[in-house]
Design a protein around this ligand. Structure first.
Ligand code: SF4
Length: 209
């Protein structure tokens, strides 16, 4: 099959991973959470894992559905919380973020990339065509004698002209700053939300000096 035979599928349209019925029943009463990295480096998701042993107590109350950690590739049912790492840099990111907004009660922008674009937003300082040219045509690492090609395929999501923070695409409810935010900051927001408290992120958890 060639790439031209393949219908483009947005990532939120990928087939749902079937859940084991027994496991699904055990999770039924837990708070549903889904997590995604848009244009990010997964560092914020790793920071979530840095919650370490407190994760065990957290997992008594929450269950994680769509997430690279669970390998569940789409949101199988409505979630209470959506954890968004990364900014919006292509059309697939837009679709995925809108899908999260439609299927999550609360959306959290986690980290600098989700909040203001982060490092990928450095490309906003130049035209997209100049950025692609620098990366693929005039790159200092280009192979001498090789024909330079800007990658193009129907399966590669189309880049947006700029990198956008998530809240410029959909409404976001909470913001956890940092690159990445500390595990303590992420835990505090989750702990407040799942225990029904107003989110109160103390300055001591978001100071970086
Ligand atoms: Fe990675 Fe930092 Fe962006 Fe998080 S905020 S995705 S750690 S670059």
């Amino acid at each position: 099959m060639t790439s031209s035979d393949t219908k483009t599928i947005a990532s939120n349209e990928l087939p749902a991973t079937p859940l084991d019925p027994e496991l699904a029943a055990k999770r039924a009463d837990k708070i549903k959470v889904s997590m995604i990295s848009l244009c990010g480096c997964w560092g914020c998701t790793l920071s979530f894992l840095d919650i370490d042993e407190r994760l065990l107590a957290l997992l008594d109350k929450i269950t994680i559905l769509r997430c690279s950690l669970t390998d569940v590739k789409r949101i199988p049912e409505r979630c209470a919380i959506g954890f968004i790492e990364g900014g919006v840099a292509n059309e697939d990111n837009i679709e995925t973020l809108k899908h999260f907004r439609e299927n999550c009660d609360i959306l959290i922008s986690v980290g600098a990339c989700a909040i203001w674009g982060g490092v990928p937003a450095m490309r906003n300082m130049v035209e997209l065509k100049d950025c692609l040219s620098e990366a693929y045509v005039n790159s200092p690492t280009a192979v001498v004698g090789a024909q330079p090609v800007v990658p193009f395929d129907k399966q590669i999501p189309i880049l947006t002209t700029k990198v956008y923070p998530c809240h410029e695409v959909v409404k976001m409810d909470y913001f956890i700053p940092g690159c990445p935010p500390s595990a303590d900051a992420i835990f505090k927001v989750f702990d407040d939300l799942i225990n029904g408290r107003a989110v109160d992120l103390p300055t001591s958890l978001i100071e970086f000096d």
